[in-house]
Design a protein around this ligand. Structure first.
Ligand code: NAD
Length: 490
């Protein structure tokens, strides 16, 4: 991380001094960064003159004392509180009284580092993401005693280097790792409930919602050993908040060494070439001749579903008792309860996810008693046009509904708690997590009232407090306000 930070600020025109406790490591880091610039020159992204000037601005320092006179020190050493505290104390003796001390810590409480210092007002977090030059966002963490001018200066320096600086409170996971929790916790919860396989969850979230990777692919990329520690630490730091409760599925897999890509097997298996081996898709059954279908007329996507049935050659009927297949489209409720509430036969019923529109992937949910004939008929019918279908077991809310409701609820709670401004939250999630949209704007697009309905139905079905909706979300839905609207202040 240190190398990336040196590269970023040297390229932005700053004089950068680099120190590492390990002899020779700082010089190696400077050479490495210089090599990156040399490659940029080869590719025509940097002039030879700019390269020469940048080389001049970077110095490897053998001793901490050589940092005297620096206006800002960004620490990116081992993630150990006592080691960081000792370094910050030593730095205060070397630096001027106005110097800013920033930590790149991912998981420690910045105030605990600052507490070791004589001038805690000068201490803040400045959290970059890997690889630093490419991940164009950094969190400026305002610890409880950080001076506002220090926050403003860090924001200015970071944005001057071309990165979006988002300001966040000194809270567990800061902003980006906090906002990113929902994808993992809900993905794992769906697996725990045997609703779908990891590949199903990833496929739906990629194809239907536009995530670059699903939670299981991401966990395999990061390494489950690393991610499990982050999950446990954020849960504990939030005083065991149920929304962040880690899954009991994880520790046995960590013990078994199923870390992901780096160990050759995680939620997926990886070949010699590092590519995951994909399980073959379930073959699409034959479309039954003369299939009769009833579509719940109250379903939000009823018109689209009816058109699709006709195009695929099925015959629509008006009365459920006349149909071989019954299609429903619940929000938040499971297929079984939906069939019972509508007074239709659960054995012939299949639920179709109304989220998102039917174009890219269609998710079908069975009731607890759906017959194989009804399941196969629905699979054949909804595969019309060559669109892939994911079959899942009964669940209060489909995969996409559950994950989006969880992500939006966590984001609403971040806004409620004033951890960051709505604008910073939205940009941080797009840039830091690579989501296609900021969570609150995305919630507005999908329908905040609908997502609230999903949470309320999940809470009612499971009794699990992880699904309790944020007051911020409830108020905005009640007022019909966009979720991106900032709260009025007293
Ligand atoms: N790796 C990531 O993706 C990532 C992302 C964001 C933040 N971080 C945070 O950045 C920090 C560094 O992480 P990393 O992955 O680059 O670690 P790393 O182990 O690759 O590098 C740490 C360097 O610090 C040096 N060091 C250790 N103690 C020192 C001391 N007392 N004084 C001077 N140098 C010392 C080590 O010799 C080593 O070169 C950690 O706080 C980590 O949590 C890491």
């Amino acid at each position: 991380m240190g190398r990336g930070i040196v590269q970023l600020f040297a390229q932005a025109g700053h004089t950068v001094r680099c120190h590492d406790a390990q002899p020779g490591a700082a010089a190696k880091a400077v050479d490495y960064v210089d090599g990156m610039f040399a490659r940029a020159v080869e590719k025509g992204r940097m002039t030879a003159e700019a390269h020469a000037q940048t080389r001049e601005r970077m110095t490897a320092c053998a001793s901490l004392a050589d940092l005297a006179g620096c206006e800002l020190v960004i620490e990116a050493i081992v993630e150990d509180l006592e080691v960081k505290r000792a370094l910050f104390r030593a730095l205060e003796d070397v630096l001027g009284s106005d110097a800013i001390l920033a930590s790149n810590t991912s998981s420690l409480v910045v105030a605990e580092i600052a507490a070791a210092c004589q001038r805690p007002q000068n201490v803040a977090g400045l959290h970059f993401f890997n690889p630093v030059p490419l991940m164009k966002v950094a969190e400026v963490i305002a610890a409880v005693r950080t001076a506002p001018a220090v926050v403003a200066r860090l924001r200015e320096l970071t944005e001057g280097a071309g990165h979006r600086a988002v300001v966040t409170a000194d809270q567990p996971g800061f902003l980006i790792n906090h906002a990113g929790r929902g994808l993992y916790t809900e993905g794992l919860r769906i697996l725990e409930e045997q609703v779908a396989t990891p590949a199903d969850v990833d496929d739906v979230l990629r194809d239907a919602l536009g995530f670059r990777m699903g939670p299981f692919e991401l966990l395999d990329l990061t390494g489950l050993d690393v991610s499990s520690r982050v999950m446990a630490s954020i849960y504990e730091q939030f005083q065991q908040e149920p929304r962040f409760r880690p899954s009991s599925l994880v520790p046995p897999r960590v013990a078994a060494g199923l870390f992901g890509r780096k160990s050759g097997q995680g939620w997926y298996r990886y070949g010699e070439d590092g590519q995951k081996t994909a399980a073959p898709a379930k073959p699409v059954p034959e479309m039954p001749a003369g299939l009769t279908v009833w579509v719940d007329p109250a379903a939000s996507g009823a018109a689209g579903l009816r058109a699709l049935c006709t195009e695929a050659g099925a015959r629509l009927v008006d009365r459920a008792q006349d149909a071989a297949l019954l299609l429903v489209q619940p929000w938040g409720h499971d297929a079984t309860r939906t069939a019972l509430a509508l007074g239709v036969d659960a054995a012939r019923c299949v639920a179709v996810d109304p989220l998102p529109p039917l174009a890219l992937r269609r998710t079908l949910m069975l009731t607890a008693v759906t017959t194989p004939a009804a399941r196969d008929a629905a699979h054949a019918l909804l595969s019309h046009g060559g669109v892939p279908v994911t079959l899942i077991n009964d669940s209060p809310g489909f995969i996409a509904q559950r994950v989006m409701a969880t992500i939006v609820n966590i984001a609403a709670n971040i806004a409620q708690r004033g951890i960051a401004s709505v604008g910073d939250l939205e940009d941080a999630v797009r840039l830091g997590l690579g989501y296609p949209k900021g969570p609150l704007g995305w919630g507005d697009q999908l329908g905040a009232a609908r997502l609230l309905e999903v949470l309320q139905a999940q809470l009612a079905t499971t009794g699990d407090p992880r699904y309790r909706p944020s007051a911020w979300l409830v108020r905005r839905v009640a007022l019909g306000l966009p979720l991106t609207t900032a709260e009025a202040q007293r």
